[in-house]
Design a protein around this ligand. Structure first.
Ligand SMILES: Nc1ccn([C@H]2C[C@H](O)[C@@H](COP(=O)(O)OP(=O)(O)OP(=O)(O)O)O2)c(=O)n1
Length: 498
């Protein structure tokens, strides 16, 4: 499919090979073929911007003005993520980016979950940003007439804002466009299958073999899809076309571009729904809990924020280069600056996924795992782990006086544990499915021995655990089994299955 407009581009890797936005990826270019399907960088950044819009927020971070919508933002410099943001109570996402990055925005690409308003746009243009991409649904200044508070005057303001945004766009050299790429073949299926087999769901299956994990996963996907599609997909085709026209995207309204656009949007939302289902919402039953609670001065995050960060890591894992196992990491710190972001005082330190060394060519390094008898032909000595990439290419330093937290989708291994420790990370949020094991050429022994970092592990909640411990009793067959364990398990299962 051809690019449909000189400024607004819907990037296709299709028949005519249009690729006006070349993926000048650092460590991964040219290695897509031959591996399992992986997310393109454009889609990865787009998905992360949508997910940032959904960052859980406290009452004090909520916006009062319903016609200005919460917006997620990913700041990218030379294909690397510098910041993950969302609007705060007072500030729009674009304003947050200006406050957080200042003149470092020069040359950056910004991925917004909604078309930014003119107030943000003028500052972003002024900062010398390279490119802005936004999700082609409703704008930050809502253009939808059925918004409860969108009275006539709000809509008038929104129309004026859209006109100003157009004028700013046409008078600047900045590319403001819609970047979406069709997913690689079988990507949806691959994400569904791997998310269903996530370490988080596998931990639950190991805890309770009678748990119907596929069914739990299916329900979570469905719940997520219903929620996300209401926010990110305009159900009514005519309303969507009208919106696109208001944003000067009429070229998308013609067929077959319009149907293709909607299909790509829905596909990405399905990806988001599956990845989010890999860590199900099971309040009071499962969560990230500290195994050996310490009395460190730092507060612990709420379960919904932890889950949000873990899912950021899970999204990143779909950019892996490992032929079999994708791992993602994000590192966040709690800063001392006043809260301006919708994330409170949290800021991104770094993020990464497992991949071969930067600049390596396709198949330059061994790709086999333990199935290859000859150990020198296995991948393990060549792959850079997610944590290693996140630490190496971090966008901020780790400060001794701040609480820096690492979120990773697989238990840190013995190669990474000393690095994490040495960097000054204060908290780790992960799964311990592999902890204490030596699997193939990777050892996961050191994680248990880590003492001065607080570890929060995906597990049954302490309420459920202590209920079973208190009533532990020996059954006649000699196994230690809780008397009430059966009741608790079945209650838990009932809720999980409902
Ligand atoms: N905290 C971690 C743990 C692992 N890895 C990476 C290193 C490898 O690229 C991959 C693990 O590879 P394996 O194929 O050995 O994975 P498993 O042992 O999980 O596979 P399986 O259990 O299916 O044998 O994950 C990572 O980046 N960060």
């Amino acid at each position: 499919m051809a690019a449909t407009h000189c400024d607004y581009r819907f990037i296709s890797t299709g028949q005519d090979g249009v690729s006006n936005v070349k993926e000048s990826s650092t460590q991964t270019e040219g290695k897509v073929q031959g591996h399992g399907p992986r997310l393109s960088k454009v889609n990865l950044f787009t998905l992360l911007s949508l997910w940032m819009e959904l960052f859980p927020r406290r009452e004090s971070q909520r916006r009062d003005n319903a016609s200005v919508q919460v917006t997620g933002l990913v700041v990218v410099h030379e294909q690397r993520i510098l910041g993950l943001h969302c609007s705060g109570a007072e500030l729009h996402a674009g304003q947050v980016a200006v406050i957080r990055h200042g003149s470092r925005l020069k040359g950056c690409d910004l991925y917004f979950s909604r078309k930014p308003c003119s107030t943000c746009l003028k500052m972003i243009i002024n900062a010398g940003v390279n490119r802005i991409s936004y999700w082609p649904a409703d704008a930050e200044m809502s253009l939808l007439s059925d918004k409860s508070e969108a009275t006539g005057s709000h809509l008038q303001e929104a129309a004026l804002d859209a006109a100003a945004a157009e004028r700013l766009k046409s008078c600047s050299r900045l590319h403001i466009c819609v970047l979406l790429q069709p997913l690689a073949n079988s990507m949806l299926q691959f994400v569904e299958e791997t998310s269903r087999n996530s370490d988080f769901l596998s931990r639950m299956a190991a805890d309770d073999p009678s748990l119907d994990v596929p069914e739990l996963f299916r329900k979570e996907c469905w719940r997520n899809w219903n929620r996300f599609s209401k926010i990110f997909v305009i159900d009514d085709v005519e309303v969507h076309q009208e919106l696109l026209s208001k944003m000067n995207l009429e070229n998308f309204c013609t067929e077959p571009y319009f149907s293709e656009l909607r299909q790509h949007m829905r596909d990405l939302i399905r990806i988001l729904a599956s990845v989010a289902a890999s860590v199900p919402v099971l309040e009071h039953e499962y969560g990230f809990y500290e195994t050996e609670p310490t009395t460190s001065g730092y507060r612990t995050l709420s379960q919904d924020v932890v889950r949000h960060c873990i899912i950021q890591a899970a999204i990143l894992s779909y950019r892996t280069e490992d032929p079999k196992v994708g791992v993602g990491t994000v590192i966040w710190a709690e800063g001392k600056l006043p809260q301006c972001d919708g994330t409170g005082n949290m800021y991104l330190v770094g993020c990464g996924y497992n991949a071969y060394p930067v600049g390596s060519e396709y198949a330059e390094f061994p790709q086999m795992d333990d199935k290859q008898e000859e150990r020198q032909r296995r991948k393990y000595r060549y792959i850079i782990h997610a944590e290693q990439n996140a630490l190496t290419f971090r966008s901020a330093d780790v400060k001794e006086e701040e609480n820096t937290m690492l979120f990773v989708t697989k238990c840190p291994c013995d190669e990474c544990v000393p690095l994490i420790h040495g960097t000054g990370i204060k908290q780790i949020y992960t799964t311990d499915l592999d902890s204490g094991k030596v699997k193939h050429d990777i050892s996961y022994i050191g994680f248990n021995r880590l003492r001065d970092i607080r570890k929060f592990i995906w597990q049954r909640s302490s309420v459920v655990r202590s209920a079973s411990e208190q009533t532990a009793t020996h059954l006649s067959n000699g196994n230690l089994k809780s008397r009430r364990q059966g009741d608790v398990d079945s209650q838990c299962n009932k809720r999980l299955k409902n």
